[in-house]
Design a binder for this molecule. Structure first.
Ligand SMILES: Nc1ncnc2c1ncn2[C@@H]1O[C@H](COP(=O)(O)OP(=O)(O)OP(=O)(O)O)[C@@H](O)[C@H]1O
Ligand SMILES: [Mg+2]
Length: 258
């Protein structure tokens, strides 16, 4: 089992969109995939549950008491357009997550709750995708402890790379190594934005092979699929934007030690 965290404490760079569409792509390729929503905003939850908002058990319950609510009990088949998505499972979140996490500050090993729970499922999934919140809270630290690979989207915004150095510092600290397995890729890429593209290329230059050659282009279809609460794969199966996610999935898999 490989665990991939889609992470960036900057908001709105495409973490959730990436987590949704990458999970759907892995599942389509036959990989037993589990998407876990670690953001109380619950955007991934809504999309991969086919529009549901209420669940008996969520990741909040798991963080509250993993003994009473093991991760396994919070997992449901993913859905879109009324059908189950084969090979794709979902662990939903809810709005209580931030509060629950704060209350777990007194728990020993509180940053290893997710890691330990995932160990119990290691033979059941090939890939786990974690959608992280836009902050470096204890939830994100749990994701850092659990993940083998960090997938960092950056967008075309002029301050997009602000905070990247802080994120990499945090990853090195949590992983206790200066050789963290991370990759950066460009989301909402628009070829015509020469000024921004040149600027970002310069900024990313020092990261060498940590920058993926795949970019996810800015397309209307991706935005529309989000608004319609569906993965692109079911919303618009013929969309050329799916090729970007296909390429991303391939490059990401190559970075895992499988
Ligand atoms: N490649 C793309 N093309 C078009 N729209 C995109 C693309 N990627 C993301 N978006 C849109 O940008 C918005 C923000 O994306 P998303 O919610 O995935 O970001 P996020 O990093 O998860 O945000 P947050 O930090 O709030 O969790 C969404 O409306 C989404 O539909
Ligand atoms: Mg998000």
């Amino acid at each position: 089992m490989n665990v991939i965290a889609v992470i960036n404490q900057k908001g709105g760079v495409g973490k959730t969109t990436t987590a949704i569409n990458l999970s759907a792509q892995f599942a389509k390729e036959g990989k037993r995939t589990l998407a876990i929503d670690l953001d109380p905003q619950a955007n991934l939850t809504v999309v991969l549950s086919g529009g549901q908002f209420e669940f008996d058990t969520t990741i909040s319950h798991v963080f509250e008491s993993a003994k009473k609510h093991p991760l396994r009990t919070a997992i449901i088949p993913a859905q879109a357009g009324g059908d189950n998505l084969p090979n794709l499972s979902l662990c939903p979140t809810d709005i209580r997550l931030s509060r629950v996490i704060e209350q777990s500050l007194t728990k020993v090993h509180r940053e290893r709750i997710l890691l330990k729970q995932l160990e119990t499922l290691k033979n059941e999934y090939d890939v786990v995708v974690l959608d992280c919140p836009p902050n470096l809270s204890l939830t994100s630290v749990n994701a850092m402890m659990a993940a083998d690979l960090f997938l960092i989207p950056v967008d075309g915004g002029s301050f997009s790379l602000n905070g990247l150095a802080d994120l990499l510092d945090a990853l090195e600290e949590v992983k206790e190594t200066d050789d963290v397995n991370f990759v950066v890729f460009r989301n909402e890429y628009a070829k015509a934005n020469k000024l921004i593209n040149n600027f970002l290329n310069e900024q990313l230059d020092g990261l060498d092979d940590k920058v993926l050659s795949t970019t996810i282009r800015r397309t209307e279809a991706i935005g529309q699929a989000s608004v319609s609460s569906e993965p692109l794969l079911t919303y618009k199966p013929g969309s050329t934007a799916l090729n970007d996610y296909k390429a991303l999935a391939k490059e990401v898999i190559a970075r895992l030690n499988v």
